[in-house]
Design a protein around this ligand. Structure first.
Ligand code: UGA
Ligand code: MN
Length: 391
């Protein structure tokens, strides 16, 4: 076997290749010993004797020829030695291909392997830093209500690809009304993240705020399965930074931060969310006079909370054990504050996220795209303005 040959010393290998111990040219063979020791000494002595006794000239010349042959043979054997080395290296190289692990007697292999190892270790460190399963990270439970419309694929792909970059564990709960659409299912299946595709089957004739029922369906699911993590309501059409999701993991009970609102009608960006002093919430940014009566001025995408509040309220010394839900009867703009009031008593139970609330980490867009056509199943039956290449 090739691997066994590699472990033998090159010297043994060489002797084998040169014919082994049975070879007449072997340095260890009895015949060789005879040639080198016995004959080597005697012809010289015989030569000197022959020189003193010319009568025995014929025998002396014969011995001289033997001696010459012997030296020739010796030189020939020595000459073979370097070729034997080359053969050894070749056999080692061959066995290296068959049997990967390098040994210390092949210098080049060690260098190459060191370089490869360094590259592998570097890659592992990068992957480990981002996706280190050993580190106990809080799970993020991202809740997204969605429905089929022109920009849905764009929105879901954009959000899904940000979530894909967030170090796990991340669970994306996507909720649709009445039935799970194939369009949404296809996008989720190809996203490469952990998700649950839920359906809200409430048969309501007059739905004021449809996202609310879908979010409640997700809350039921988290509660029923006692999912442990940080719950975040992420509408499909908003823009989220990677930093937002990483920061969320620092939340213990309830975290909140300011959100930038971008509306075509207002033609400017406005802030909604907490004013902070370190980790404390000391006030609120608000722009709308009609919403001044709200207790907490936060956007739906401007807070996240610990899921255990839903199914283990005692852990948080919560007085009421009533279900925490979004309400469909609430005046527009008051949905968030009404929900938050069920999770915390006041600002003292809130955590400014991140420290000082100094960053904008997500943007709430109000962009209308009503006039855009929505291709059912993302297939265009007509209007395929295909141009064939000119031959
Ligand atoms: C605002 C609030 O920020 C939302 O919390 C609230 O649910 C929403 O109004 C509302 O009143 O429905 P806004 O940006 O105006 O948000 O609403 P959309 O972006 O149209 O919808 C919010 C989320 O609900 C999106 O993820 C959207 O896909 C979803 N949605 C909306 C549905 O799943 N079905 C619908 O019929 C409408
Ligand atoms: Mn929106």
């Amino acid at each position: 076997m090739a691997s066994i040959r590699r472990t033998l010393s090159p010297y043994n290998d060489r002797s084998h290749q040169n014919g082994g111990n049975t070879s007449p040219f072997s340095l260890n063979s009895p015949s060789h010993k005879h040639n080198t020791t016995t004959r080597f000494a005697s012809p010289l002595s015989t030569f000197s004797v022959g020189h003193l006794a010319p009568r025995k000239g014929h025998r002396t010349w014969r011995r001289l020829v033997y001696v010459c042959m012997l030296f020739f043979l010796l030189g020939f054997l020595l000459g073979l030695a370097p070729f034997g080395e080359v053969e050894d290296v070749r056999s080692r190289d061959f066995s290296f291909e068959v049997n990967r692990p390098p040994t210390l007697d092949v210098k080049e292999d060690i260098v190459v392997d060191k370089v490869e190892l360094a590259a592998v270790e570097e890659r592992e460190v990068v992957v480990k830093e981002r996706f280190d399963y050993d580190v106990a990270r809080k799970q993020l439970i991202v809740v997204t209500p969605t429905y089929n419309r022109a920009l849905q694929a764009f929105y879901l792909n954009r959000l899904g690809q940000v979530l894909r970059l967030v170090p796990p564990p991340v669970l994306w709960i996507v909720v649709e009304m009445n039935e799970a659409s194939t369009e949404t299912a296809d996008i989720l299946r190809g996203m490469g993240i952990m998700y649950r595709h839920l359906v809200c089957t409430k048969n309501l004739t007059d739905i004021k705020d449809r996202g609310v029922h879908q979010r409640n369906r997700a809350l039921e699911h988290i509660e029923y399965h006692k999912l442990d993590g940080i719950v975040y309501f992420a509408d499909d059409d908003n823009v989220y930074s990677l930093e937002l999701f990483e920061t969320m993991r620092e939340i213990s009970r309830f975290g909140t931060w300011p959100v930038a609102m971008l509306a075509q009608s207002k033609n400017k960006a406005t802030l909604e969310g907490p004013v902070c002093n370190g980790s404390q919430v000391i006030g609120w940014h608000t722009n709308e006079k009609s919403k001044r009566l709200r207790r907490f001025h936060v956007d739906m995408s401007g807070f996240a909370f610990n899921s255990t509040i839903l199914w283990d309220p005692k852990r948080w010394n919560k007085r009421s054990s009533a279900l925490i839900r979004q309400l469909d009867t609430i005046k527009e703009g008051f949905q968030e504050t009404t929900f938050i009031e069920q999770v915390v008593e006041d600002e003292s139970q809130m955590e400014a996220t991140p420290f000082g609330c100094s960053k904008i980490m997500n943007w709430h867009l109000h962009l209308e795209a009503r006039e855009l056509g929505y291709p059912k199943g993302w297939l265009l039956q007509t209007n395929l303005d295909a141009v064939l290449p000119i031959e």
